[in-house]
Structures are given as C-alpha cells and as structure tokens.
Ligand binder design. Structure first.
Ligand code: HEC
Length: 153
C-alpha cells in the first residue's frame, strides 16, 4: 500500500513538473534579454523628456502627478496614445501644441520611465499605432513584455 501511494505521488509530481515545463517553455528568455527587441523608449529619450518637462511642464506640475496609484487609475484602460493626444491638444496649458510631436513623445517617454516601463534601444515614436499598443493603468508596466529586461538591470 505505501509503495502504491509513492507511485501515485511520483506520478502526480511528474504531471506537476510536466505542467511547469509546459508553462515555462514559451517564455522567450533569450529574446527578452536583447534590449533592441523590447523596451518602449530609450534612456537618452527619457533624459531629453525630463529636461523638457523641467523647462516647460514644471511651471505648473509636480512630477508626482504623473506617477503612482492616482495617475494609474486615472489612465486605467487607456493607452499611451490617449495620454499623448491629450497632452498635445491641451498642454502646455498656456500654449497648447507648441512643442514638436517628437518633443511631446520625449516627455511621454519620461512619464513612462517615471512609471517604471522598461527602456530599450528604440525610441518611443509619436505614432498612433505604436502608442496604442502600450497600455496604461494599474500594473500595466508589469504586464508588458519589457519587465524582464528591466529586472535584469
Ligand atoms: C501653464 C500651466 C501648465 C503647463 C505649462 C502645463 N500644464 Fe498640464 N495642466 C495644467 C492644468 C491647469 C491642468 C488641469 C486641467 C484640467 O484638468 O482641466 C493640466 C492637466 C494636465 C494633464 C491631465 C492630468 C490628468 O492626469 O488628467 C496632463 C497629462 C498634463 N497636464 C501634462 C502636461 C505636460 C506633459 C506638460 C508639459 C509639456 C504640461 N502639462 C504643461 C497646466 C499646465
């Protein structure tokens, strides 16, 4: 009897291990470590965005308005494109649309960095397709495939 239980346990373990392998198998670890394949903006771009933010946005905003739970829940179920579009249309409040699309994208890249989205080799480009693919909201930065890259640093 005990031996039989052992066999059952061994079989169960084998199934469990099999499952674990099956779940882990698709994780593209090798790919995730290639910075060019992942990341949503470059560090250089975020640094440009930070400078611009300090120059222009800081006149009226604190950095803390653009990170954390309040910001996340405000942008829940929206994308980076929604944020970009709103900023281009309405900001800076005293001169909306006065920056280039590229500069707005740089500032958004900085906001992504504030929210711990992964950086990579490629810049965030001011295109609807590219930006609509990046979700905002609680946990969004960790749902995206770039997380592993960030954790490697
Ligand atoms: C002259 C003041 C001023 C400047 C400069 C300014 N803003 Fe604003 N911004 C405001 C005000 C006031 C509001 C609130 C307006 C409202 O919500 O109706 C606001 C709202 C926002 C919001 C919406 C907040 C939210 O979470 O709903 C975002 C995003 C934003 N600003 C980004 C920026 C960025 C990025 C810059 C720099 C490029 C910038 N702002 C520059 C005054 C300013």
């Amino acid at each position: 009897m005990p031996q039989r239980m052992l066999i059952v346990a061994a079989a169960a373990l084998a199934v469990l291990l099999g499952c674990a392998t099956a779940v882990e198998a698709p994780t593209p670890t090798a790919v995730a470590r290639q910075p060019s394949a992942l990341g949503f903006y470059s560090l250089e771009q975020a640094a440009r965005g930070r400078r611009k933010f300090r120059q222009v946005c800081s006149e009226c905003h604190f950095v803390s308005e653009f990170r954390g739970p309040d910001f996340e829940s405000e942008w829940q179920r929206q994308t980076v494109w929604d944020l970009f579009r709103q900023v281009v249309r309405t900001m800076p409040e005293d001169n909306p649309g006065s920056l280039t699309q590229q500069t707005y994208a740089d500032v958004i890249a900085y906001i992504l960095q504030l929210n711990e989205y992964a950086s990579g080799d490629a810049e965030l480009v001011p295109s609807q397709d590219a930006m609509d693919a990046i979700p905002l909201g609680p946990g969004a930065a960790n749902r995206n495939p770039g997380k592993e890259l960030r954790d490697d640093r």
